[in-house]
Design a protein around this ligand. Structure first.
Ligand SMILES: *Cc1c(COP(=O)(O)O)cnc(C)c1O
Length: 377
């Protein structure tokens, strides 16, 4: 046995779509990216979308959209991937770490209120693992204080809360299409907002500050009605980045998006089987209060006091594991921003992420589950 932790679900359809882009002779930022953005907006509903090369870039630009003065503060959960907090640093802002709820592992609203001060300008809640944060209460508090809310949706593409897609609740939603996430474009990300001005404003920021992308210029050149010798001309007014998605990635994304609900449904079935299999274990408990009828999940994890021994035991059985995540407050990068997050700093020691991906088989899930029963500690 050799079971991976994550695996993208790719078929002939994605290959055909890539071939289509090859045949078009246009691989960069172009019509496939625009089509993918349009389809994404339709899928999540009530939103405009801007495709970028990662969720890291999406989070960076999401904060850039508001022109916050340098040195202001951004509230982020202590348990998340580093990019959530880096978004603040990239913008000359200070990350303020908020502890997590011990049960849901989501940003703790009580600690959020405690860590808030007048310098806080934004909150970036993460729907960690795919479990929705208490977004309504976070929005109430944030808007009452005049803060912006950026949802980090790297773990919940396709997920909903009260019938409304995650990523459409706050001012901006950021998604990841990195290869281990719920759907992939190899690497990629999406910025979403119901506010069209935000998306228009960010367009040059993803394309080194250029106000007209090359595809638009090429289209104007081919359009004979435009009798203009300056079709090539553009102006730089902002310090932008090379953060665009390209047509090759978007051609994969177009197909993956069509399959997203199916893939989420299969992952939920896998989680249901895991949960049923391990329900009699005493020392090993599910990581989250999984509700597969309501949510979509990126990871299936467990908690155990014997974490490190179990990781080695599973490794010997050919089962890959991970830990999501070591608290950001404990990383040297954030030493100067340290604030206590007691729950996060203890609870991560119990985390193990188990294999979860579409093509994981029932036999493999049973094999992993049996290994958990065999573990004597
Ligand atoms: C993966 C991840 C990101 C970054 O996504 P990329 O597309 O790899 O840049 C951001 N936030 C969270 C919570 C993540 O898990």
């Amino acid at each position: 046995m050799n079971i991976r932790l994550f695996k993208p679900y790719l078929t002939q359809e994605e290959l055909d779509s890539i071939k289509d882009t090859f045949d078009s002779g246009w691989l960069g930022l172009g019509p496939k990216v625009m089509e993918f953005e349009k389809n994404w907006s339709t899928y999540i509903g009530g939103s405009y979308s801007l495709a970028v090369n990662s969720a890291t870039a999406a989070l960076h630009l999401a904060l850039t959209a508001f022109n916050f003065p340098q040195g202001k503060k951004v509230l982020v959960p202590a348990i998340t991937f580093v990019s959530t907090a880096n978004a603040a640093l990239y913008n000359g802002l200070i990350p303020v770490f908020v502890d997590v709820d011990p049960i849901t592992l989501q940003m703790d609203i009580v600690d959020l209120k405690k860590k808030y001060d007048n310098d806080c300008v934004a909150v970036i809640p993460v729907h960690y693992g795919g479990y929705p944060v208490d977004i309504e209460n976070i929005l109430d508090f944030a808007y009452d204080k005049g803060m912006k809310v950026i949802e980090d949706c790297a773990h919940c593409a396709g997920g909903e809360y009260r019938g409304k897609k995650l990523g459409t609740w706050g001012d901006i939603g950021c998604f990841s299409f990195e290869e281990k996430k719920l759907m992939t474009t190899g690497d990629g990300g999406m910025i979403c907002s119901a506010n069209e001005e935000i998306i228009e404003k960010l367009k040059p920021y993803r394309w080194v500050g250029i106000d007209k992308d090359t595809w638009k210029r090429a289209s104007e050149f081919r359009n004979e009605a435009v009798n203009d010798a300056y079709h090539w001309h553009y102006l730089i007014s902002v310090l932008g980045y090379k953060y665009n998605m390209n047509d090759l990635a978007a051609s994969i994304g177009l197909i993956q998006l069509k399959k997203l609900d199916y893939m989420n449904m299969i992952r939920s079935k896998h989680i249901n089987l895991y949960l049923e299999n391990i329900k009699d274990l005493k020392e090993i408990k599910p990581l989250l209060p999984y509700n597969t009828k309501r949510d979509v999940y990126w990871i299936f994890g467990i908690r155990t006091k014997q974490r490190d021994k179990l990781i080695v035991f599973l490794k010997e059985k050919g089962i890959s594991t991970g830990v999501h995540f070591y608290p950001l407050t404990l990383h040297p990068l954030f030493m100067n921003f340290y604030v206590p997050c007691k729950t996060a700093e203890n609870i991560w020691k119990e985390f193990i992420t188990l294999p979860l991906f579409v093509e994981l088989t029932e036999q493999e899930i049973n094999y992993v589950s049996e290994a958990l029963y065999q573990f004597k500690g």
